[in-house]
Ligand binder design. Structure first.
Ligand code: HEC
Ligand code: HEC
Ligand code: HEC
Ligand code: HEC
Length: 146
């Protein structure tokens, strides 16, 4: 009996916790999800970032994937394209040629809300440099699949 009572109490607390957690203004704001827009859109306001990024040879290595005929391999695309499988992100070389390679949004996240931001403060709030983002793709010393 006591175990059952404890179980019910805990479940009630958990439910309450979830209710409050999912009702915060933060998560309500999150409902307007940002989507991927591609690097071309950054040039207007961050030309020096785009130029310096493009001068980095690793930023345009998708041709290596194509040379290996792996450009339709779902095992490679999550790390070697931008926003694969996400709204606005890479679908295929034919449909979304501008989303090949990892780009700004691979590290900074989808930027549609950032583009629309009315103020400098909003610009800062809509994009960030998430912690541990590098390990999403740089997951270890052993490269998968080749
Ligand atoms: C209409 C102009 C505009 C465009 C287009 C734009 N940005 Fe920004 N961005 C800003 C402004 C303004 C700031 C704030 C600068 C500051 O704080 O000095 C900013 C800040 C940032 C920051 C720093 C955020 C922080 O934590 O402070 C990042 C990262 C960034 N932009 C990335 C991008 C990327 C990636 C793109 C393209 C997808 C892009 N921006 C397109 C205007 C723009
Ligand atoms: C988990 C993320 C991830 C996946 C999945 C992935 N890669 Fe990579 N790839 C990376 C990272 C990170 C690097 C750069 C650092 C390194 O060499 O480990 C890289 C580097 C490469 C390079 C070397 C580029 C250069 O010029 O140095 C090639 C070629 C490559 N990957 C091909 C592939 C192929 C083909 C697949 C699919 C079979 C694939 N990758 C899947 C993350 C990934
Ligand atoms: C490999 C991950 C990565 C990619 C790709 C990347 N960034 Fe960043 N970016 C960072 C990190 C980490 C910082 C913070 C460290 C620093 O200030 O150098 C940063 C800082 C910034 C800032 C704010 C600080 C500053 O230097 O003004 C802006 C704006 C920015 N990036 C824009 C861009 C744009 C535009 C692109 C694409 C052309 C891009 N980033 C691509 C990782 C990345
Ligand atoms: C979306 C996946 C992704 C993310 C996130 C990412 N990288 Fe990479 N990185 C790659 C791939 C893929 C390559 C290999 C170049 C290529 O083939 O496009 C690479 C190459 C590199 C290289 C040059 C190759 C080497 O091994 O020396 C460095 C340095 C690097 N990344 C640092 C970073 C850092 C620092 C961050 C976090 C701020 C980061 N990367 C985030 C995918 C990613």
């Amino acid at each position: 009996m006591r175990v059952k009572k404890l179980f019910i109490t805990m479940t009630t607390w958990l439910l309450a916790l979830f209710f409050f957690a999912f009702n915060t203004p933060y998560l309500r704001a999150e409902k307007e999800k940002a989507f991927y827009v591609g690097m071309d859109k950054c040039k207007e306001c961050h030309p020096e970032h785009v130029d310096s990024y493009l001068s980095w040879k690793y930023a345009r290595n998708f041709r290596v994937i194509q040379m290996r005929k792996k450009d339709h391999d779902h095992g490679c695309l999550p790390c070697h394209t931008t926003g694969f499988g996400k709204t606005g992100g890479f679908v295929s070389v034919e449909k979304t040629p501008r989303m090949v390679n990892k780009q700004c949004e691979s590290c900074h996240g989808p930027a549609s809300l950032h583009l629309k931001a009315p103020t400098r403060l909003e610009h800062q709030k809509t994009l960030s440099i998430p912690k541990n983002i590098c390990t999403n793709c740089h997951s270890g010393h052993k490269h998968p699949g080749y």
